[in-house]
Write a protein that binds this ligand. Structure first.
Ligand code: NDP
Length: 328
């Protein structure tokens, strides 16, 4: 057994210490599949983990990184053999289980998803947890009966990772997408992803009213707090909002009025513990419903050595779209 390159997080006197270093393979945790990691990504949660801004890491030492794509090196799991191309997102990777910013990962075979036909490992990580979550949100809206015919849909935090992918998918599916952003300078970017309208997020961040003028039939929210409350109050009769994020806060200062007077539904989206079968289905839909040229437009590549300096930028809302991390 040797060592491999990894971003290691240790507990420090004040918070955490993160560094790109060599990690001993003997220290890898239990798992029936060992993967040679080729690509990872930087999500909002990764930003929190590498900066220590929130207690994402719950075991030390930890290898940060919540998503990887790579090739199976060794497996004693019946479903996987050496050479298989796999994706792993969530399941506590980078939180309770040694994670993705490393040349090697050992995980439970039950956590893995087969890389869909036609998607490269790099593209899978350009999608990553953020894009996967956007797809889960779209699937939840569809399940609730929201379709392009129902009316416009709103996407908040639209220039961010979840928001960019949600905007691109919904536009490709034929929805009239209203993209809400704090960066109006990104209007050309959002329009190029397919947004029909771009609105300033200030329109949705005020205290709001229990019910307001009906503006959309559905929405994907990565912002939370007052924004989510306003989204609900502006949703048309029978519509639905998929809530997946907390970029503005974890609170929800809303009233029940949209639920009991307009039959509006609030749909919770979790990507971390999402069972394998809907996971595979969401990845298959991503392969079909996310325009690869749009994905390329959304994506910016960095190396493993740039992760630590990029973490604070995603927390500051300065990152546009998705960041893919080249491991080797
Ligand atoms: P990003 O940082 O890429 O995107 C978040 C976007 O939210 C920003 O780009 C910005 O968009 C907007 N934003 C940031 N701060 C504020 C603020 N104070 N008020 C209003 N809008 C703000 O992160 P991700 O897309 O990776 O993640 C988005 C959210 O979703 C995070 O909270 C993350 O934790 C959560 N998440 C949840 C998952 C789940 O399983 N439920 C999985 C993945 C992510 P703009 O500049 O366009 O306004």
């Amino acid at each position: 057994m040797g060592t491999f390159k990894a971003i290691r997080i240790d507990k420090a006197e004040k918070g955490i210490a993160a560094a790109l270093t060599q990690f001993d393979e003997a220290e890898l945790m239990e798992g029936d599949v060992t993967v040679a990691v080729e690509w990872s990504t930087l999500n909002y949660k990764d930003g929190l983990a590498v900066t220590g801004k929130a207690p994402v890491v719950r075991r030390f030492p930890m290898i940060a990184g919540i998503d990887f794509a790579g090739t199976v090196e060794r497996s004693s799991h019946p479903q996987w053999k050496a050479g298989d191309k796999v994706i792993c997102t969530g399941w506590g990777l980078g939180e309770t289980h040694l994670g993705a910013y490393a040349e090697k990962a050992r995980v439970r075979g039950d956590w893995l998803v087969r890389l869909p036909e036609g998607i490269s490992a790099r593209e899978a990580m350009a999608i990553g947890t953020a894009g996967f979550t956007a797809m889960l949100a779209v699937l939840a809206l569809e399940k609730q009966g929201v379709s392009p015919k129902s009316g416009p849909v709103v996407v908040t935090g639209a220039a961010g990772g979840v928001g960019s992918v949600a905007t691109a998918i919904l536009a490709k599916l034929g929805y009239h997408v209203i993209a809400s952003t704090g960066r109006m300078s990104e209007t050309p970017y959002l329009t190029s992803l397919g947004a029909a309208e771009v609105i300033d997020r200030n329109e949705l961040s005020g205290p709001g009213k229990p019910l307001a003028k009906e503006r959309w039939a559905g929405g994907v929210d990565s912002v939370g707090s007052r924004t989510l409350a306003n989204l609900l109050s502006m949703t048309r009769y029978g519509g639905a909002i998929a809530a997946c994020g907390l970029a503005a806060g974890m609170d929800l200062p809303a009233s029940v009025a949209p639920f009991i007077l307009r039959g509006v539904c609030l749909l919770g989206i979790d990507s971390v513990m999402c069972p394998v079968s809907p996971r595979q289905a969401a990845w298959e839909r991503l392969a079909r419903d996310l325009d690869r040229s749009k994905l390329a437009e959304i994506t910016h590549e960095i190396g493993l050595s740039q992760v630590l300096e990029t973490g604070p930028k995603i927390l500051a809302g300065e990152v546009r779209g998705r960041i893919v991390v080249k491991i080797v």
